[in-house]
Design a protein around this ligand. Sequence first.
Ligand code: ATP
Ligand code: MG
Length: 150
Amino acid sequence: MKEVKLTDRKKTIELGEKVGQLLKAGDVLVLDGDLGAGKTTFTKGLAKGLDIPDLIKSPTFTIIREYHDGRLPLYHMDAYRLENGGAEDLGLEEYFDSDGVSVVEWAQFVEDELPADFLAIHFKRTDDENTRLLQFEPHGRHFEQVVTEL
Ligand SMILES: Nc1ncnc2c1ncn2[C@@H]1O[C@H](COP(=O)(O)OP(=O)(O)OP(=O)(O)O)[C@@H](O)[C@H]1O
Ligand SMILES: [Mg+2]
């Protein structure tokens, strides 16, 4: 498992951008980690890497936000509010099987819906307020390749 230390917000955005540039249609990324660990910040960079010009806002209350103005569509989801179930009603498979990129925050609540191939990224806060540790856990050859290129 690849682990990366990011010492400020900008570095997290930059890494997200790099990942975004390596993605292809149908890719699924699942992000987990505490509140404020940097999942949405990373997704902002990822959107930049997909050439999405829009401002990325946290989908905590809407659960899903869609962006269609980039190289690929981005489906940004936040499953935080699905802690007590309900993931099976969202039609996630349709997003996961689509020609877009799906990014899911708090993915532990949609575990049962995930496809065979996906990239899990674990976010951890540290003693330093501005430092985050990211662990990349690829499932499938495509994502192994993506992680190698980072
Ligand atoms: N190295 C860093 N990487 C990312 N964010 C950082 C870093 N250092 C400080 N921060 C700050 O931490 C916060 C991360 O918030 P963010 O919304 O990205 O977290 P989140 O994991 O999406 O939280 P939530 O679970 O509430 O959705 C931001 O205020 C950001 O500026
Ligand atoms: Mg968030």
